[in-house]
Design a protein around this ligand. Structure first.
Ligand code: GLP
Length: 246
């Protein structure tokens, strides 16, 4: 694992955007897995800026959102598909047909199977970008998820549901946060050629420590990344604070 510790959130966002742009520079038709959450929003903002300045061309890439709340329509203010649309896709030149997400409405098994087909059709993702939950989850794969899991419907941990509700979340109340999500599986994610993990802030320090330096266990989904041959972690000092401490 290549762990890059930076000063703060802005620097993490800057480095992440530069990393993604460089990957696209090497491979213009890159297939990229995209996360949501507060962590990557600064990265998206910078990628949009780079695009406006003509520094990066997204016309050949394909995007695949990591996950979605179950039971939430695209138009819902909390929908992850809408997050990626509003913060990134609406401002860059990814052709519509090259942007993909798991549907949060309909038949879960069918949606998941259809997404797996889309994901595997063009070969493994060239780059998967991940955030991390305070309990070590990746995508919506909560502690206890089998490392071999494929895309599917999963229950959300109570902590994840609590963290999902805040004034700008798009949910009216904590009870409105769905109890389930549809997410790329851990086995699915691990097939990606390269993985970029981002984390910022003190609340992620414990999860980062367990994921990077703890034992590889299904109790900490992100610890599976220790088994991947090509992972870069960009983490700020607050999130890296416990890395060298025993
Ligand atoms: C959600 C998403 C994850 C994301 C996590 C952390 O649970 N499904 O993909 O990594 O939130 O979000 P944040 O970056 O806001 O802390």
């Amino acid at each position: 694992m290549n762990v890059i510790v930076v000063a703060n959130y802005d620097e993490m966002s800057e480095r992440a955007a530069a990393f993604v742009a460089a990957e696209i520079g090497h491979r213009p038709d890159l297939r990229i897995g995209l996360p949501t959450g507060n962590t990557p929003s600064g990265m998206y903002e910078r990628l949009v800026g780079m695009h406006r300045r003509g520094e990066v061309d997204f016309s050949q890439i394909s995007t695949f959102n990591l996950d979605e709340y179950w039971g939430i329509e695209f138009a819902h203010p909390a929908a992850f598909a809408r997050y990626i649309g509003d913060r990134f896709l609406a401002h860059v030149n990814v052709p519509e047909e090259q942007a993909h997400w798991p549907d949060g409405i309909g038949q879960a098994e069918q949606n998941a199977a259809a997404y797996e087909v889309l994901l595997s059709k063009g070969g493994p993702l060239g780059l998967l970008i991940l955030g991390i939950g305070v309990n070590g989850h990746i995508g919506f794969n909560e502690p206890g998820t089998n490392f071999a899991s494929r895309t599917g419907l999963v229950p959300l941990a109570e902590r994840t549901r609590q963290d999902a509700f805040h004034p700008r979340s798009g949910f009216d109340s904590a009870e409105d946060v769905p109890t389930h999500g549809i997410t790329m599986g851990i086995g699915t994610m691990m097939e990606s050629r390269r993985i970029l993990l981002l984390a910022s802030g003190q609340s992620k320090a414990q999860a980062i420590k367990k994921a990077l330096a703890g034992s590889v266990t299904e109790d900490v989904p992100a610890s599976v990344l220790q088994r991947h041959p090509d992972v870069t972690v960009i983490v700020d000092e607050a999130a890296a604070a416990l890395l060298d401490a025993d």
